[in-house]
Design a binder for this molecule. Structure first.
Ligand code: NAP
Length: 308
């Protein structure tokens, strides 16, 4: 089968860190062009806008949209209108409704839309899911604490409305939780801490339950210096499960059961090729819905100003 001619829009940190190495190793894709105001990729035709790129390179079959979420819909709409399959970086958009619109447009055009959740492809996520399906879960604790100055230096968009603030990493935890728990959960209360000079929260505490009253507690905090924590802990009838390091390691009763190097983006591109070849879309909005619920139901607490 001929490779899929792929373009990337929004050449920045995640493209350089993850997309480019994964695309280079995947024979299903040929990187044909980029569109970015400043970013370029060595040896690849580069355009400043998606319009210029679509006009100049009609052979493009699929486009990965890797700009901040506030700017994703417009580009996605143009890509679908031009007949291209679309890979949305996470979060898939700035609102639920705009992504629903993309989903129906893609379906109407017979194109594949992929709302990617890279953390779901962390190596220990499937083993954790299998463990949780084999026992009764008593409680779940999510601890996602990292240093925003280290991971997101000078990213102004992340503090603006629609940038999600601490939910930018927190939605990764939610993408795992929604994948590994046996039943859908829903938010019951939340407190969001907003720096007085920002439109997005720096910390959040969330309580969820499911229809069987399973208690789920999540703490997201961007003020963590020193040890960084990305853990999901479940107390179960078969013991204590810790899915740690963002889904890279699984421990049951303190015994290491599974640990492999992460290859999340390699898996994402395998999945994108698979859905394109099968004529399908893959759009699960449940992680973004939980974030929207937190903004709907959460109490707002103003905390000290944040400066990079
Ligand atoms: P980034 O480097 O700040 O932004 C990516 C690129 O988007 C920028 O280089 C810029 O390229 C373009 N861009 C920035 N502001 C824009 C604007 N106002 N309008 C149009 N384009 C704009 O961000 P990133 O860290 O790569 O994150 C991008 C997306 O990937 C986010 O949704 C993020 O949640 C997700 N993601 C990031 C990571 C990570 O570790 N960083 C991990 C997984 C997923 P030009 O200036 O060249 O146009």
């Amino acid at each position: 089968m001929p490779p899929i001619n792929l373009a990337i829009v929004g050449v920045g940190k995640i493209v350089n860190d993850q997309h480019l190495p994964s695309i280079a190793k995947n024979p299903d894709f040929n990187l044909a062009a980029t569109a970015s105001r400043h970013g370029t990729v060595d040896g690849i035709p580069a355009y400043k806008t998606i319009d210029a790129m679509l006009e100049a390179v009609p052979a493009i079959n699929a486009i990965s949209l890797c700009m901040p979420p506030q700017y994703r819909y417009e580009a996605a709409h143009k890509a679908l209108a031009a007949g291209k399959h679309v890979f949305l970086e996470k979060p898939p958009g700035a609102t639920l409704s705009e992504v629903a619109d993309l989903e129906s447009t893609a379906a109407g055009q017979g194109l594949s839309l992929f709302a990617s959740w890279h953390s779901r492809y962390a190596p220990a996520v499937e083993p954790a899911s299998a463990f949780l399906a084999s026992t009764k879960i008593k409680s779940v604790e999510v601890i996602w604490k990292e240093d925003v100055r280290h991971w997101h230096p000078n990213q102004a968009w992340i503090w603006q409305a629609g940038g999600l603030g601490v939910f930018d990493p927190g939605i990764n935890a939610l993408s795992i939780v929604t994948h590994v728990l046996p039943r859908a959960a829903f938010l019951t209360s939340a407190v969001l801490e907003f720096p007085e000079n920002c439109d997005a929260p720096i910390a959040a505490e969330l309580h969820f339950k499911d229809r069987d009253d399973l208690p789920i507690h999540a703490v997201f905090d961007w003020r963590q210096t020193g040890k960084q924590t990305w853990d999901i802990v479940a107390e179960t009838e078969a013991g204590r499960m810790v899915l740690s390091e963002g889904g890279a390691k699984l421990l049951i009763n303190d015994e290491l059961k599974f640990a492999e190097p992460e290859q999340e983006y390699a898996a994402l591109y395998r999945r994108f090729a698979e859905i394109i070849r099968a004529g399908q879309s893959d759009v699960d909005l449940s992680p973004l819905r939980h974030v929207a619920d937190a903004f709907l139901l959460g109490k707002r607490k103003v905390v000290e100003a944040f400066y990079d």
